[in-house]
Design a protein around this ligand. Structure first.
Ligand SMILES: Cc1cc2nc3c(=O)[nH]c(=O)nc-3n(C[C@H](O)[C@H](O)[C@H](O)COP(=O)(O)OP(=O)(O)OC[C@H]3O[C@@H](n4cnc5c(N)ncnc54)[C@H](O)[C@@H]3O)c2cc1C
Length: 317
């Protein structure tokens, strides 16, 4: 058996922090830990994974892996799992991680635990803790079959400093161009000086209560003073006030910051699904009955158009 594998999320050599979180967490299981990285020119990244616990780094380089694509990535991973037989393969609970892990589980007819906030893997058995009912209860899920497959929510595991040997292994390339059924034609990054939403320490989100771009500007002002990422509810995204990449919730991104500020957001269950595990939640809402207050540590029942400017002027002092 080949221990626990962590699938590396990277783009153009920029590694997502959640990769290091998962490597550090897997190091605690006591089994061998391996990072699995697909791409082009990615072998140079191997020492980075060793720093956070990777005993081995499986490096697969080919044009076919230049950008994430489901078909080729799944075909490659299936071949590697059959050859090396890992106990567990863990992915980040991100758009790509969710897509990859679920297609892989289907292909191998294995169970999959998603959006885990805690994970224990031992001797080929995996137990995952998941928040259910928008964080009102926790479920422990055991995944049958090997390897154990799971996706881990970014921000829930600490980055440690136990290093591994980082021995590079280069498996044969098993995927071909025939496995690629969607191609990334171009990649246009959203230019923002703000932190990435899923990795930010502080997130300030605006909802329908912002009433339009002027309200969202207030949210952005507050976020910038706090060094925070900006997020939004589906209502503010669908209204076109914020980009789709900033939606927090069931059909958006899952965030887990130290501080989440919800301004003019009611707290629908689909929104809570994306933010209720934040460590400290502060809400600004005019409605005392708004469900967001049920999950908040701190609440202000007031008009955000009065509260945020006051906060902004205090923070500027
Ligand atoms: C399948 C499905 C998936 C979904 N996925 C998501 C998702 O991923 N993310 C998501 O967010 N939603 C999602 N939704 C939508 C969700 O159900 C809600 O409709 C949405 O979250 C509501 O957004 P909101 O809280 O901004 O708006 P509202 O529910 O309209 O709430 C606006 C809030 O602003 C308050 N307010 C108004 N004026 C002010 C003011 N001046 N100052 C302060 N507060 C004020 C109001 O009291 C109210 O509580 C999904 C729905 C479905 C069916």
């Amino acid at each position: 058996m080949a221990g626990t594998w962590i699938f590396v999320e990277q783009r153009d050599g920029n590694i997502r922090k959640v990769t290091f979180e998962m490597l550090s967490e897997a190091k605690k299981f006591g089994d061998e830990v391996a990072a699995v990285v697909f791409g082009k020119g990615v072998e140079a990244l191997a020492p980075e994974f060793a720093k956070y616990g990777a005993d081995k780094v499986y490096v697969v380089e080919d044009d076919v892996f230049a950008n994430y694509n489901t078909g080729a990535y799944v075909a490659q991973m299936v071949a590697m799992i059959n050859e090396f037989k890992p106990n567990a393969v863990l992915f980040a609970h991100t758009f790509n991680g969710r897509d990859f892990a679920s297609r892989l589980a289907q292909k191998l007819q294995l169970g999959l635990a998603t959006d885990a906030i805690k994970v224990e893997v031992s001797a080929g058995k995996g137990v995952f803790t998941r928040a259910i009912y928008a964080g009102k209860a926790l479920a422990k899920v055991e995944v049958a079959g090997e390897p154990v497959l799971g996706t881990i929510r970014p921000g829930v595991c600490e980055v440690g400093n136990t290093a591994g040997a980082g021995a590079v292994v280069k498996p044969a390339v098993a995927a071909t161009a025939a496995d690629v059924y969607q191609t990334v034609k171009s990649f246009v990054p959203t230019v923002s000086a703000r932190p990435e939403l899923t990795e930010a320490d502080v997130v300030v989100s605006g909802g329908r209560g912002c009433k339009g771009p002027d309200g969202i500007k207030l949210v952005e002002q507050l976020a910038d003073l706090l060094g925070a990422a900006v997020g939004g509810s589906r209502a503010s995204i669908d209204s076109g006030w914020l980009g789709h990449e900033l939606q927090v919730g069931q059909t958006g991104k899952v965030v887990n910051p130290n501080l989440y500020v919800a301004a003019g957001i009611s707290g629908a269950i689909q929104h809570l699904a994306g933010m209720s595990s934040s460590k400290f939640i502060a809400a600004i809402n005019t409605d005392t009955e708004a469900p967001i207050f049920n999950v908040s540590d701190f609440g202000v029942v007031a008009d955000l158009f009065k509260v945020i400017p006051t906060l902004v002027s205090e923070l500027k002092k």
